[in-house]
Design a binder for this molecule. Structure first.
Ligand code: 5GP
Length: 210
C-alpha cells in the first residue's frame, strides 16, 4: 500500500485567484500552466475592449453589453461584477464541466466576484497575490504602458482597496519573483488536495467501514 493512495476527491478544486491590477497574476498563471498541471484557466467574458495582443476566446470572450446582459439573464455566469465601468463574468458551463472531469479550475477574478464564489462554494480555495510593496505596484502599472494615466490612477485606487480584502482569502502569494511565486501557487494547490475541505467523503467512507 506504500504511497498508493491518491487524493480522493472526484471533483477538481475551484480556485479563486485575485490581486490588484499589476500584481502579476497573469504572468504567475502563465508560468504555472507551463508545467502542465491537471488544471484549466477559466476564460472570462467581458465588455471591455481588447488590449493589444489579446485574442477573443483565449484571453477573454469579448462581448457587447447586450450580449453580456443576455448571458446573465440565461444564468450563464457563475458570478459577475462591474469593474471600471465594464462587465466581467465567469461562464458557468465550461467551469462545471471541467470540475466534473476532475480538473482544477482557476478563476482569475476581482475581489467582489471572489466574495460571491466563496459564499456560493465554501469549498473553493481562495488565493490573493500581492506585490512586495505598493511602490512596486505603481512602477509595474506605469511600465506596462497599456493604460492612460487616468486609468492607472483608477486601478491604483482600486488596488489599494483590493489589498485591504486580502485577509478574506485562504492564502497569500507575494510576487517578488515570478518563478518563486508560481512555485508557491503550485504548493498551495497541491496541499489543498489534502485539506479536510476535500476529504470529508473519504473520512466518512473510512468510518462507514470501521
Ligand atoms: P483586466 O481588465 O485587467 O483584464 O481585469 C480587470 C479585473 O477584472 C482584474 O482584477 C481581473 O481579475 C478581473 N476579472 C477578470 N475576469 C473576471 C470575471 O470573470 N469575474 C470577475 N468578477 N472579475 C474578473
Amino acid at each position: 500500500m506504500n504511497g498508493s493512495y491518491t487524493a480522493p476527491q472526484e471533483h477538481g478544486i475551484l480556485v479563486v485567484f485575485s490581486g490588484p491590477s499589476g500584481a502579476g497574476k497573469g504572468t504567475i498563471l502563465k508560468r504555472y500552466f507551463e508545467d502542465d498541471p491537471p488544471a484549466v484557466l477559466s476564460v472570462s467574458a467581458t465588455t471591455r475592449a481588447p488590449r493589444p495582443g489579446e485574442v477573443d476566446g483565449v484571453h477573454y470572450h469579448f462581448l457587447s453589453r447586450e450580449e453580456f446582459e443576455q448571458l446573465i439573464a440565461e444564468d450563464g455566469v457563475l458570478e459577475y461584477n462591474i469593474y471600471n465601468g465594464n462587465y466581467y463574468g465567469s461562464p458557468r458551463g465550461p467551469i462545471e464541466e471541467e470540475l466534473s472531469k476532475g480538473h482544477d479550475v482557476i478563476l482569475e477574478i476581482e475581489t467582489n466576484g471572489a466574495g460571491h464564489i466563496r459564499r456560493m462554494f465554501p469549498s473553493a480555495l481562495s488565493i490573493f497575490v500581492v506585490p512586495p510593496s505598493f511602490e512596486e505596484l505603481k512602477k509595474r502599472l506605469i511600465g506596462r504602458g497599456t493604460e492612460t494615466p487616468e486609468e492607472i490612477a483608477a486601478r491604483l485606487e482600486k488596488g489599494r482597496s483590493e489589498i485591504e480584502m486580502a485577509l478574506d482569502y485562504d492564502y497569500i502569494v507575494v510576487n517578488d519573483e515570478v518563478e518563486t511565486a508560481a512555485r508557491r501557487l503550485g504548493e498551495i494547490i497541491r496541499s489543498a488536495r489534502w485539506s479536510k475541505k476535500f476529504n470529508q467523503s473519504f473520512i466518512q467512507e473510512v468510518l462507514n467501514n470501521a
